[in-house]
Design a protein around this ligand. Sequence first.
Ligand code: BGC
Length: 253
Amino acid sequence: MSAKGSGLPFGIDFGGSGIKGAPVDLTAGEFAEERVRIDTPQPSTPDAVAEVFADLLAKFDDSDGRVGVTVPGVVRHGVVHSAANIDKAWIGEDADRLITDLTGRDVHVVNDADAAGLAEVRYGAAKGRDGLVIVTTLGTGIGSALVYDGVLVPNSELGHLEIDGHDAEKRAAASAREREDLSWDDWGKRLTTYYRKLEQLFSPELFVVGGGVSKKADKFLPLIKVDTEIIPAELLNAAGIVGAALYATESND
Ligand code: BGC
């Protein structure tokens, strides 16, 4: 994988603290080269972050395909409509156009959890599963992806369901466990409340639980008392990058 012009797509995972990217082999569903991480500039304004994307892309001369970029917010037709853990200046930004203009690449922006969900359904824990699969990411917030028969219903934002008068992610995200120093048991109870609500509303075939903490799934997944099958994500840190590259490659926008 070294010839320039190989057509490989590129995935960028844009988070509150780090920006990570790698060329992606979509046949295997994995990085084609080792990924690179750059600290997210503070403040994480669109112009500052887009410069980092350009620097990141310049480090890989064997990828000249489409570029997918995850954003922790609602994205419609390349325009960012909410920004949970990044600078609020992203709201209203036509990110596809901004980053395409700066980098000269064909860029497609996608919600972070939607990217992870696509990757898990295509290559990971939910590969080959039909019906409704709900992929959730437990991190600073709660991200969600609804995938039905392999097709993504974007921007579901189920981390913001209101449960008992609270924004669900404020009580049940991995950051809530750390902030409140919750035991696995106590966090498990909150997650049970959360996943029971999802179950009641959507009757999915399967829940997939991702986010960094899913590395420790054995500590908390057995504590989530739901009737629906619930399993850990498989792509872990690769899901955002791989899913973004996949989304960009298949996007009709
Ligand atoms: C945002 C979602 C995002 C999730 C995970 C939520 O606060 O609203 O768009 O997918 O965090 O980053």
